[in-house]
Design a protein around this ligand. Structure first.
Ligand code: SF4
Length: 298
């Protein structure tokens, strides 16, 4: 499916002109003055380039081509029709475009909601997801369980930038670095560098504006991943496992003698930010480290 803001239009230009000036034809409009009328032989450019008398209804130098453009952009940039499939505008990748997300006003994740696993995504056991379009374009991010556990990241750094690699990023929380690595390779075209200025988006919209990498599928990109109904069950199990881990942490006597009794409820959003260094690292290596619970790597 293509982006709803991706529009088509016809553009006319004069092949006889030294300058390629495009003339956009808006809906319901046809022709362009003298060029598309029997009066074109009176044009000086036509006379310079053609020595034949012409009885055509429009100038033979007038060329029409189909173009596409983004209606959400404040500046109209025309893209040849034949290239549409090369950009994210012409396929499902539009869901990760900042312009689209800004115009469609996505609903931010409810911090209290139970972690969800949208069925169209594939998940790695260390709580990262990949979305692959029919054309093989990919986006990668962290899932809502990780987003809920952390609540916020102070910083994001990208360890992979382009080429065939396992996408890796470092999330910094309370001064501790969590190295998030997707277990399979993709052909990375770009990290989401906007997140360096706004890391809060990773947790506020983990399945949308908070995506970390984009690129293309390579052989094995989806190997060993969890998807569909299996993903929903897995997410519930992981949520319960995390809740148990939090309760154990709460009930553990700590330095200074403090011991809080678990209340039996689900883990609270952002609880990880209240953990000490050792507990935070243990949480990471139990749930989110690159090969946490990984069974199917190549
Ligand atoms: S730039 Fe973004 S909003 Fe505009 S058409 Fe492409 S995907 Fe849609």
């Amino acid at each position: 499916m293509k982006c709803p803001f991706f529009m088509e239009t016809n553009v006319l230009h004069c092949q006889a002109s030294a300058f390629r000036k495009m003339i956009v034809q808006h809906q319901g409009q046809s022709g362009q003055g003298r060029c598309s009328s029997p009066e074109f032989p009176g044009c000086e450019l036509f006379q310079q380039h053609s020595h034949n008398e012409s009885a055509a209804a429009s100038c033979p130098f007038l060329e029409e081509s189909a173009m596409q453009y983004c209606a959400a952009s404040p500046v109209t940039k025309l893209i040849p029709y034949s290239e549409s499939v090369l950009s994210r505008c012409g396929n499902d990748g539009y869901r990760y475009c900042s312009l689209y997300l800004g115009m469609s006003q996505p609903v931010a994740m409810d911090a209290e909601a139970e972690p969800a696993a949208p069925a169209h995504l594939y998940y790695s056991p260390n709580h990262m997801w990949i979305d692959r379009t029919l054309e093989g374009n990919c986006h990668i991010g962290v899932d809502s369980l990780l987003a809920k556990a952390l609540g916020a990241a102070d910083r994001v750094s990208f360890m992979s930038s382009n080429g065939v690699a396992r996408p890796a990023a470092v999330l910094t929380v309370n001064g501790i670095d969590w190295q998030m690595m997707f277990p399979n390779r993709i052909h990375i075209s770009s990290p989401n560098y906007y997140l360096r200025a706004e890391p809060a988006k990773i947790m506020a919209d983990p399945y949308g504006a908070g995506w970390l990498f984009e690129g293309d599928e390579v052989e094995g990109s989806l190997d060993g991943l969890i998807t569909g109904a299996e993903a929903a069950d897995w997410m519930k199990e992981e949520s319960a496992r995390l809740t148990t881990a939090v309760h154990e942490w709460i009930a553990t006597p700590r330095e200074g003698g403090a011991c809080v009794v678990a209340d039996g409820g689900e883990f609270a959003p952002g609880f990880a930010r209240h953990m000490d260094r050792d507990a935070l690292l243990k949480l990471f290596y139990s749930f989110f480290s690159p090969l946490a619970n990984w069974k199917g790597s190549k």
